[in-house]
Ligand binder design. Structure first.
Ligand code: HEM
Length: 392
């Protein structure tokens, strides 16, 4: 998806890509490592400018995303990041493995039951959707509730900010984002007074205001779970389709599952691109980049395909667009001071859930080999992975 002018223009193929697309892994790394030159301030800006009616719906609930973490290019970023990182230390994440496995087994049992009663089941809804959301809320010390709504709101907000909704669709999505925000503010208010340690209290003690805590919560409740759901969905789909290097049986072992998840991250990650904006006039790979240039970084996918659409503007010297150097997992989670705080967690969750699914459902096949896909600027995955038992 990354790099196709059509997808970046909104499906019509008419609109010109507004981004300078950077694909060369060395140049991508350079951009990420120079936050003073290439600011993350546009990380959460709507790809499709929001129209008046949608904006009014958001304003009515005082929806705001002040820069706190992912889009923060000021000196306050480091301190806030440290607070959030305290909830995802390597030891905490490793200690969650038994809980992740327990949630995975419950989810897979549910899928097996549905398969037995109706003859088919969607692995996105039954297996991939909920465990990452439960794990994230538990790690943050927040109440685990309203999960179906949380999943719906997360996807709607991804579409509102990273998709190409027309005015009517924007309005629907804005209502969903407003509901999400009101729910979040209530959760933040309650969590401020709740006993024990939780992210909200830690952020408040650090000095963050209510709108700042809501802004961070909004990002984290989406980025911290829907991306992992999408990685699991793509991995399950490619395994069952037979296009992954491992087969379904291999994925039932711990090493097989880890290896296929790493392959999917490197070739078809749920977050294939990320944005930056030139903070001032600067240079990149020998080219002059004017102040304010919006940049789209290709994080993964170089090994498989890198179509250069008419709207994309590769940098001079990028002759080998298919990537002569293998980016591996080096850029999948970003790089530098904003590198993903959930990388280890996402990999662990995906590997455990894929493994448990392949182990418990050995005799399944795809029921729908051509599902619809989520295709937003920075997120991708099959919407469904519908399966049935193989005929004997
Ligand atoms: C497959 C799953 C995931 C992928 C592919 C992914 C990818 C990314 C990418 C590309 C960035 C931007 C990095 C940069 O600007 O240099 C990012 C940022 C971030 N991610 Fe993830 N992510 C995933 C899951 C998670 C999870 C599970 C969490 C939390 C538990 C999380 C928390 C964050 C945070 C907090 C940031 C912002 C960090 C900062 O600005 O300092 N992500 N992620």
């Amino acid at each position: 998806m990354a790099g196709s002018a059509e997808s970046m223009g909104g499906g019509s193929g008419q609109a010109r890509c507004p981004y300078l697309v950077v694909r060369d892994p060395e140049a991508v790394r350079d951009v990420l490592q120079r936050p003073a030159d290439f600011s993350p301030a546009n990380a959460l800006v709507a790809v499709t400018p929001l129209e008046g009616p949608a904006l009014r719906v958001l304003q009515r609930v005082r929806f705001a995303l002040p820069p706190v973490l992912a889009s923060n290019d000021t000196g306050t970023h480091a301190g806030t990041r440290k607070v959030v990182a305290g909830f995802f230390t390597p030891a905490t994440v490793a200690g969650m493995e038994p809980r992740i496995r327990e949630l995975a087994r419950e989810a897979v049992q549910n899928a097996a039951d549905q398969l037995a009663t109706s003859g088919h089941v969607d692995l996105v809804q039954t297996v991939a959707a909920f465990p990452p959301a439960v794990v994230m809320l538990e790690l943050l010390g927040l109440p685990v509730r309203d999960l179906p709504a949380l999943k719906r709101w997360g996807l709607d907000s991804m579409e509102l900010f990273w998709g190409w909704p027309d005015e009517d669709r924007q309005l629907e999505l804005a209502h969903s984002a407003a509901d999400f925000y009101v729910w979040l503010r209530q959760l933040v208010t309650e969590s401020m007074k709740a006993p024990g340690r939780n992210l909200v209290k830690s952020l408040a003690e650090h000095g963050l205001s209510m709108p700042e805590i809501c802004s961070l919560g909004y990002f984290l409740l989406i980025a911290g779970q829907e991306t992992t759901t999408q990685l699991i969905s793509t991995t399950l789909f490619r395994l069952l389709e037979g296009s992954a290097p491992e087969n379904w049986q291999d994925a039932a072992s711990e090493t097989g599952a880890r290896s296929v998840v790493r392959h999917m991250l490197a070739t078809e990650s749920s977050v294939p691109t990320w944005r930056r904006v030139a903070a001032h006039g600067t240079n990149l790979a020998g080219s002059r980049i004017p102040a304010g240039t919006e940049i789209l970084l290709e994080l993964t996918g170089n090994q498989i395909t890198s179509p250069s659409g008419p709207g994309s503007q590769p940098l001079p010297g990028q002759a080998d667009q298919n990537g002569s150097s293998n980016p591996g997992l080096g850029l999948v989670f970003g790089s530098g001071i904003h590198r993903c705080l959930g990388a280890k967690l996402a990999e662990l969750e995906a590997a455990v859930i894929v493994q448990e699914t392949a182990a418990a459902l050995p005799g399944i096949q795809l029921r729908d080999p051509e599902p619809e896909w989520i295709r937003f600027l920075s997120f991708q995955a099959p919407k469904t992975v519908a399966v049935r038992n193989k005929p004997c």
